[in-house]
Design a protein. Structure first.
Length: 175
């Protein structure tokens, strides 16, 4: 199963639109699902992402649209949880995010809020933060860096592709 993970758009308050290179790449990839940890900030942005594929989005701290706080997507043998990460202090703390993932029974947790692209494995959970699709400011060193992630699952194996405008890197994890 191919899943695009993308979030922290902050449109139109910090940026005007999703970068063209990202929409083009998603259209080329034909994902089975798009999972977003939120911060669309408005219905127009949510709809734009929805047009790119089967979207499962959750509410970020800057979202003013009706969305769930968390969601779980079945990907074969794996469960992918989505949660923005608001209320986790310090932002992105894996211990606290891990407790949230375990409550959702998720093997993979897609989270945001830090705007920093990262993939980390801890206590059997793969933590995936797609960073900010628009490169919007969020208090991290990743400011200005447009990014997203593509997950490809097969059984309990996950191929992770981290995409930025300059290219992509890849890693594989067994869960």
């Amino acid at each position: 199963m191919k899943i695009v993970c993308i979030g922290d758009f902050h449109i139109p308050d910090r940026h005007q639109k999703i970068p063209a290179w990202i929409t083009k790449k998603i259209e080329e990839e034909h994902p089975d699902k798009i999972v977003s940890p939120g911060d669309f900030t408005n219905e127009k942005t949510f709809s734009a992402v929805q047009k790119l594929g089967d979207l499962v989005g959750v509410k970020g701290n800057m979202d003013w649209i009706e969305l769930p706080e968390h969601a779980v997507v079945e990907a074969g043998e794996l469960k992918i949880g989505a949660f923005h990460g608001q209320g986790i202090v310090p932002r992105g703390d894996l211990v606290q995010l891990g407790k949230y993932a375990k409550r959702m029974k998720a093997n993979i947790l897609v989270h945001g809020h830090t705007h920093a692209l990262s993939v980390e494995k801890k206590d059997g959970i793969l933590f995936v933060n797609p960073g900010s699709a628009t490169g919007s400011w969020g208090g991290s060193s990743e400011q200005g860096r447009e990014s997203f992630i593509i997950l490809e699952t097969e059984g309990r194996k996950v191929r992770v592709r981290k995409l930025v405008k300059e290219g992509e890197t890849e890693e594989t994890h067994e869960l």
